[in-house]
Design a protein around this ligand. Structure first.
Ligand SMILES: [Zn+2]
Length: 271
């Protein structure tokens, strides 16, 4: 498990959620960046030093990465997901909280399993990268040496890749966890959700346009040409999720929408 060491906020307040996810994402990004950088560096140096060792070193990247995913990263994401989902439980005092917590824990494991499949692909990409970059080296006896700059460049590349992977996974687990928590609460959960974009120069136009869009909790937002359940919806194209810092505001019966109207109590079930 990666120690994220940050306590989750006690409410779904958008600012608190943003601060929390930013902090958690920065911690996970740093941890994954270190791991990815070390793995690739080690394999690159070993592969470059000996042609015999090349094949083994190259496949070591993929296998050590998948061990890291299974034993560290995926369990961390499962916990983060379930922790995020529980933030919304504080709204209501009910013994059902225990049941919701168990269900959320199970869904956190499902989330982590699904992400692990995607994450393992990154290990294979990194293996292929090391293989390509070390081709032609690893022949010290022939006097071919790896240029110093190449080692640094690939290390930097691996660290940057690890950083974006950690950041993205933290945001995905956090965002998906929160909305899943609301659904697990059933009729006690939010009725509507509002897309909140961080409005600055880095915000992509499709997300600025999605800002303040309010839909029922089970409906999808129109984001550019895509329909999205919320920020970091894994079914959305990668250009709509990469680096996204958007949040959702959850609305309950009696809450005011931005247009001044009030969210009604749903009539199809007893709350
Ligand atoms: Zn966004």
């Amino acid at each position: 498990m990666v120690d994220l060491g940050v306590e989750a906020p006690s409410s779904l307040n958008v600012t608190e959620m943003t601060d929390w996810l930013d902090t958690v994402a920065a911690k996970l990004a740093a941890a994954v960046s270190d791991v990815m950088g070390d793995m690739v560096n080690e394999a690159f140096n070993a592969a470059a030093a000996s042609p015999v060792a090349t094949a083994a070193s190259v496949s070591a990247v993929s296998s050590s990465w998948s061990t890291y995913v299974t034993s560290n990263l995926a369990p961390t994401l499962a916990v983060l997901f379930s922790q995020a989902g529980q933030i919304g439980f504080g709204r209501i005092d009910t013994p059902l909280v225990d049941v919701w917590g168990i269900e959320l824990g199970r869904l956190g494991l499902v989330h982590a399993d699904q992400r692990a499949v995607l994450l393992n692909r990154i290990g294979r990409d990194m293996s292929a990268l090391v293989r390509a970059q070390t081709a032609g080296y690893g022949s010290l006896d022939l006097g071919v040496e790896v240029p110093g700059g190449a080692v640094e460049a690939i290390h930097r590349f691996a660290r940057t890749r690890g950083e974006s992977v950690g950041w993205m996974e933290a945001y995905t687990a956090g965002s998906r966890g929160v909305i899943t928590g609301q659904r697990v609460m059933g009729p006690a959960g939010a009725v509507e959700k509002e897309w909140i974009a961080v409005m600055d120069s880095r915000t992509r136009p499709t997300h600025s346009m999605a800002d303040s869009q309010t839909v029922l909790i089970g409906e999808q937002f129109q984001v550019g040409v895509s329909m999205m359940d919320g920020p970091h919806d894994p079914s959305a194209p990668s250009n709509e999720v990469m680096g996204c810092r958007c949040q959702l505001r959850y609305l309950y019966p009696g809450d005011r929408r931005r247009d001044g109207t009030t969210v009604a109590r749903p009539t199809h079930h007893d709350v």
